[in-house]
Ligand binder design. Structure first.
Ligand code: PLP
Length: 420
């Protein structure tokens, strides 16, 4: 029987079998140098013709859904999947935001949907990738997983591994937000804070997994991190009653979420289920826009990042080349937002919807607001914002924009005085 899937290098097109541990394309990895986005990121490729043959076209999506999309997953079965509910997050249609205070006529009646991925087990989008990596490890008898992380990937792997009876080792730069470090410890993972940057943590984790045979979940380095994230696209397609949205706003750091979302819709395109791609809008913070700023450059230049949105604060995006290629192939768009715009959007989002997101996720929402302001969202178009993480993960980021009231005497008079 031919293999269900294989990996393909996005740079040299070399193919690799899907049944062994592989990270970057070995031939391209050998040419990589520090400070530049890695070459040799692998794409997971299926036998689309064979999957198309599984069912009549009008029943294919339901068939796939009934089988938990197993034909489109690099797994043998679904028994190794975590029991925690990963993905299947709500897609809310919010009427008020789309109508609110728009000055440009015509741009005030579009459809706006919020995909709330803070409703994952460890409260971020990263669980989609961790679940697939963990399931693959379980199918292949690997008991210890390792990741370098600035916070969410590590807390996610730690939580998913805890649910699967696996051991997780998480290498972090010592400055990661307290809530994320606390999560890692609560889930019982081995936490290794290093005196250095994320890149130092990354290199150390690769040395350790190479030497000890642990399975490495580093973002974009392990091709299943990209593959795991595509599940959101299938969900959005289902939640919109098998229609694709016109536009999806995606917060971008390394670009793995962007590439994963694109891969998901590309799979649907390859299966003939859709006939066009949504426009995927990459949103970065002004203070960390190394992906957007390098799209048109011939020589990559990394500027040091500084933004309150720590989850998208990235100097050298690990999935740069795949994301850039997808943006070119499918006419992706991009927009940048300032920290001030993120803070204002955070309040506006929470006030008007009851969803409290972390700054990186709010960046996507702020990007949507900017599009709206500039009249770039056509009437009646369907627009989705990916809200990728919970606001409880980084309380310090928003302290400057709220006012904590001073305590009052517990009597009516004091209450009424306070309310004037
Ligand atoms: C990791 C992360 C992102 C960015 O994802 P990339 O794949 O690095 O582009 C956005 N939001 C949250 C909450 C994240 O944890």
């Amino acid at each position: 029987m031919p293999e269900k899937f294989h990996f393909e290098c996005i740079d040299c097109n070399a193919a690799y079998p899907g049944d062994a541990i592989i990270y970057l394309c070995p031939a391209c990895e050998a040419l990589n140098s520090a400070g530049l986005p890695p070459r040799g990121v692998l794409k997971t490729v299926y036998q689309y013709e064979r999957i198309r043959g599984l069912s009549p076209p009008d029943k294919l999506f339901e068939q796939l859904e009934q089988h938990h999309f197993l034909p489109l997953l690099p797994l043998k079965g679904i028994d190794s999947w975590p029991i925690l509910r990963v993905g299947d997050t709500p897609l809310y249609k919010v009427e008020n935001v789309a109508r609110e205070q728009s000055e440009k006529p015509g741009s005030d009646d579009f459809e706006l949907y919020l995909k709330d991925d803070s409703q994952n087990p460890t409260f971020s989008f990263k669980d989609r990738a961790s679940a697939l990596v963990s399931a693959w490890a379980r199918e292949n008898g690997i008991l210890t997983l390792i990741a370098a992380s600035t916070g969410n990937a590590g807390s996610s792997l730690a939580g998913i591994c805890a649910s699967q009876g696996q051991r997780a080792i998480i290498i972090v730069p010592a400055a990661a937000p307290l809530a994320k470090l606390t999560q890692i410890l609560m889930y019982g993972a081995v936490l290794v804070p290093v005196k250095g940057t994320y890149d130092d943590a990354f290199d150390l984790s690769v040395q350790i997994s190479g030497k000890h045979g642990y399975y490495n979940r580093n973002t974009a380095y392990n091709p299943l991190t990209i593959e795991g994230k595509k599940s959101v696209s299938f969900e959005i397609y289902r939640q919109l009653h098998q229609q694709i949205p016109d536009r999806i706003f995606i917060p971008v750091g390394d670009g793995v979420i962007y590439s994963g979302v694109c891969k998901g819709f590309e799979d649907l395109l390859n299966l003939g289920l859709i006939d066009r791609m949504p426009v995927l809008v990459a949103v970065q913070a002004n203070g960390s826009s190394n992906l957007i700023n390098n799209l048109k450059r011939t020589v990559f230049e990394a500027k040091p990042s500084k933004t309150i949105a720590d989850s998208i604060s990235v100097d050298v995006p690990r999935c740069f080349h795949m994301t850039a290629a997808y943006m070119e192939k499918y006419q992706g768009e991009s927009v940048m937002v300032s920290d001030q715009e993120i803070l204002e959007a955070a309040l506006q989002l929470s006030h008007s919807t009851g969803i409290f997101s972390e700054p990186a996720a709010v960046a996507a929402y702020a990007g949507m607001l900017k599009y709206r302001e500039q009249g770039l969202i056509p009437a009646r178009s369907k627009n989705v914002v990916l809200l990728t993480g919970s606001g409880l993960k980084d309380l310090s980021a928003v302290q400057s924009s709220i006012h904590m009231p001073a305590p009052v005497e517990p009597d009516l008079v004091s209450f009424e005085r306070m309310m004037v």
